[in-house]
Design a protein around this ligand. Sequence first.
Ligand SMILES: Nc1nc2c(ncn2[C@@H]2O[C@H](COP(=O)(O)OP(=O)(O)O)[C@@H](O)[C@H]2O)c(=O)[nH]1
Ligand SMILES: [Mg+2]
Length: 222
Amino acid sequence: MSVMTGFVIIMAEQIGLLWKKLHAVPFGVYGASKVGKTTLHHQLRTRGEVPRIKERTVGRGRATRKSIKIDGDQHTIRTADIGGETVYWGEWLKDMKSRKVKYIIFMIDDRHMDKHYDIEQQLCWTFLVDTICSRYWDAINRRQKKKNHDYPVAVGLWANKFDLWKDKYEYEDIQNHPIFESFKDGMQKLNDKGIPCYKYIVSAKSDSEMVYRGIATMIEDY
Ligand SMILES: Nc1nc2c(ncn2[C@@H]2O[C@H](COP(=O)(O)OP(=O)(O)O)[C@@H](O)[C@H]2O)c(=O)[nH]1
Ligand SMILES: [Mg+2]
């Protein structure tokens, strides 16, 4: 290999690294209210124990860049913090569309296991899955047809607050954990549409390693 070729290869590698640093991957974080979306945003910014979040998120915040480094590999992602109440679901749609979100994290906690009448999260999930799978951005009026690149690359179903419920339920393997059971129709629907959907377990509040690894895995595997 000539000196020139070697130099070109090194330069290309450096440019690749710089590109990865500057070109943030657009992520969307959605889920019912109080599942831990704001906590996750804090975790991505600060790395470490996140203080208890008391204020509720109002509407949609500005999207900001977060840098994630795991096993020496660096990724930059861009996310916006959005409220989870029904009135903000329209903001999720706007966020997906305006930022061309490539990866979606849907957060849940174990409230539906605790109280079977609480189906808030399942409603959110159904809304999200239908929005993603629809061939139109405006699903109700069947307007604004989506293009191929308008669909996300992958969706992660993230069960949060693991620290609170880890000993509460019987399970053999995370993939078969009963917490995901109520969400399986939506997962199937996404998979049928050709959008991979995978299950993950985190403690956004206290375990930065789990959070960072989950994000790196999404970017690297899909
Ligand atoms: N124990 C525990 N509490 C969490 C975790 N993530 C979030 N919380 C708490 O859950 C509550 C709601 O979190 P927040 O981030 O405001 O949820 P959001 O409404 O989805 O933005 C807060 O009291 C958080 O401290 C976690 O991993 N473990
Ligand atoms: Mg919030």
